[in-house]
Unconditional design. Sequence first.
Length: 253
Amino acid sequence: MVIGHKNHGSGSSGVIVLHGWFGDHTVFDPVVPFLDTDTFTYAFMDYRGYGLSRDIAGEHTMREIADDAVALADELGWDQFHLIGHSMGGMALMRIATDQQERVKSGVALAPVPPSGVPLDEDSAALFNGAIENDENRRAILDFTTGGRLSGHWLDLHVRRSRETTTVEAYADYLVAWTQTNFADESKGLELPLLICPGEHDGALTADVMKQTYMEWYPNAELQVLPNSGHYPMQETPVYLTTVTENFMRKHL
């Protein structure tokens, strides 16, 4: 079994792209026209229960995502590769990098969940757990994490896409994975070149959260706050995000 994925490009440097909790790899579609496909080949991966992997059964854990990503790299013939991870995918990026230190060239973490997870208080737990079944909860989370500044049509589209591209079981399981998994102590001190990119309008995974986690724990981490973006820079500022991301990866070819 090879995990569901979509390849783009023909460059000699491989990049595995890891999406977040809300939906599948198509959240990255706005960046595709701007990618440097002569330098890089991108593999946009879908986790079990999502998108192209919707019908693949699994446990829906960080470890499983990591194992599937490494198996994908093997299938593609990539001895070494870069990683881009968004939100929950940022946590998965760190799981892969911790396990495969010799194979990962660099990591770009977009509004990432820290390897410590994000324990939820009572109100937040009610909001996020309610989002498993309730679309209004999903819409409220999207609105909050993008600073209450994007159109209702965009919010409605991404609520709908989150429904269409995920199974309820996987969506529920991955919520547990990114809130309750904690491998921070195992990964601290990792020397991988990292670019940590919170959005300036993200109400949840803020620059301060990044400073207290990634920037304290990893000696080669750089912080780049993304202007005019909330939690979804690939949707909000795709040209700028692609420029920042590829400039960083080119330093570590």
